[in-house]
Every structure is written in C-alpha cells, then in structure tokens.
Design a protein around this ligand. Structure first.
Ligand code: IPE
Ligand code: IPE
Ligand code: MG
Length: 254
C-alpha cells in the first residue's frame, strides 16, 4: 500500500498518542469539529513572556490540529481565530494577531495544497485590512478545485452577527418572512452547505461560548480542556474525539 502523507505524519506520534488513535472508532467520527482556541495569553504569562509571544507559540497547535483532523478523516474543521469583540484589546496585540494570521496563511499554502484543503473564512472579512483580504483571496483562488477537508477559519467573527446578517440577506433576497423555517434559513448563514458542528472543543478551561457559531451549536457536544491552546497536541484532539464517542446524543429525545 502506498503511504499517504498523513500516514507518514502519524509515524511521528508518541506511544500515548498512537494508543489513543487506535481506540477511536473511525466509523463514528464527528463530521464537523469546531474549536475555540483560547489561552495564549495565560500560556505566555505563566512563562513571563509577552502575550504576543503566546500567540506566536500557538502555530504548532494549529498545525497539529489540522494534520490530525485530516488524518482522522474529519470532513469539516472550524477554528475560531479572532472574534469581533477581540478588537477591544490593545492595538499592538490586535495588530500582531492580524500580522500572524497573514503569516500563517502564507506559510500554510503548502499544507492547503498537500491536503487539498477547502479553506473558507467566516466573519466580516470586508472590514479587515486590504493586505489580509488580498492574502485570503490568494488562498481561496488556490483552493477552488480542492476536494479535501473543509477548513473554516473564523476571523472577525460574531455568532450574533452571523444570524443577523443571514436574516438581512434572506430579506434582501425577497424571502417571505412568514415562510422562513429553520431549514430554509440555514443557507443564509456563514456555514451554508456544511453540517452543524458535532463537537465543540474549548481550551484553557473557560465554560463559555464567547459568541461562536450560536445558531450552529444548538446540539453540539462540548468538550472543555484545561490545556492552554499553545500546548494543544494531537493527543488532546484524540481525547476529545474519544470523549465525544462515549456520549449519548439525544437531540431532545430519549
Ligand atoms: C486566544 O488566546 C487567542 C485569541 C482570542 C485571539 P487569548 O489571547 O484569549 O488568551 P487568554 O484567554 O488571555 O489566556
Ligand atoms: C474566544 O476567546 C475568541 C477566540 C478564541 C478567537 P476570548 O479570549 O476572546 O474569549 P473570552 O473573552 O474569554 O470570552
Ligand atoms: Mg481568551
């Protein structure tokens, strides 16, 4: 059997990660995993580093998560990178976060090609700087024919705004409000055409949603870990999936 690049990367797993991987039921995977990547600042504080260094140190966690999801066969991954509320932070921090996003997008073009990722950005992109918008366009143009995992990055995202924008778009398209249903509204959301997240992961222990995908996570399973985002590795992803697989999803039934 020829070795796929992802099988190759699996060779680098620690014994513990390999053991967790082998316990995952590959027939019962979450179709869509959404992650609130939190704790970069606290990770830095613990080490007496600047918050900015904390954000910079989070890149390996993102890489391992993307690789890990591709390798497992997850169809949709959404990473929450920047909320509309994050603009409340000092301009030096928001500026660095935007610069890091640009750097990340450029560096990850190789991974996008390697895994044929379908990259989509959700959030108010039109409010971002022309430089980031240009980089995003380069990524979109480069993946229009891709067929792999759908990789959503939430930038300048607000769950409330997603719903409000969807409703305004539906009205502008001439949809009769009386005939609008939960199902017919879904195509007007930023995640149109994608299944709702089955599993939401939040790092750094906070028990809150912070304006993430409010409509879409109505019945998601939530897994919170005290691990701070820069320390998140494949083993944590596998633990989240294993925990998800042990849940009994009732969707209001019995
Ligand atoms: C997550 O880490 C990154 C973003 C929200 C952009 P934080 O920067 O929120 O880190 P903490 O929560 O202060 O530790
Ligand atoms: C949530 O983290 C947003 C992102 C991960 C992008 P925050 O750090 O902004 O959330 P709060 O402020 O603790 O709720
Ligand atoms: Mg935070």
């Amino acid at each position: 059997m020829s070795q796929t690049p992802t099988a190759e990367s699996r060779l680098a797993l620690t014994d513990e990660e390999a053991s967790l991987y082998s316990q995952i039921d590959k027939q019962n995977l979450p179709k869509h995993i959404a992650i609130i990547m939190d704790g970069n600042g606290r990770w830095a504080k613990k080490r007496d580093f600047s918050r900015i260094k904390g954000h910079k140190s989070a890149i390996p966690a993102v890489r391992q998560t993307v690789e890990g999801c591709v390798d497992l066969g997850i169809e949709h991954l959404t990473l929450y990178a920047f909320s509309t509320e994050n603009w409340k932070r000092p301009p030096q921090e928001t500026g660095t976060l935007m610069a890091l996003l640009r750097q990340f997008l450029r560096l990850e073009l190789k991974a996008v090609r390697k895994h044929s990722l379908r990259v989509k950005v959700i959030g108010a992109i039109h409010e971002l700087s022309p430089g980031i918008q240009k980089d995003l366009k380069t990524v979109f143009d480069g993946c229009s024919k891709n067929t792999g995992m759908c990789f959503n990055i939430a930038i300048n995202y607000s769950g409330r705004m997603d719903i409000l924008h969807g409703f305004k778009t539906a009205m502008a398209a001439g949809v009769d409000p009386e005939s609008l249903t939960e199902q017919s509204f879904k195509p007007f959301l930023s995640t149109a055409g994608q299944p709702d997240p089955d599993l939401v992961i939040r790092t750094s222990g906070e028990m809150r949603i912070s304006n993430f995908l409010l409509w879409q996570i109505a019945y998601s399973e939530i897994w919170v870990t005290p691990t701070l985002w820069p320390d998140f590795r494949r083993g944590d992803l596998y633990r989240a999936v294993l925990d998800y697989q042990a849940r009994h999803r009732r969707f209001g039934g019995i």
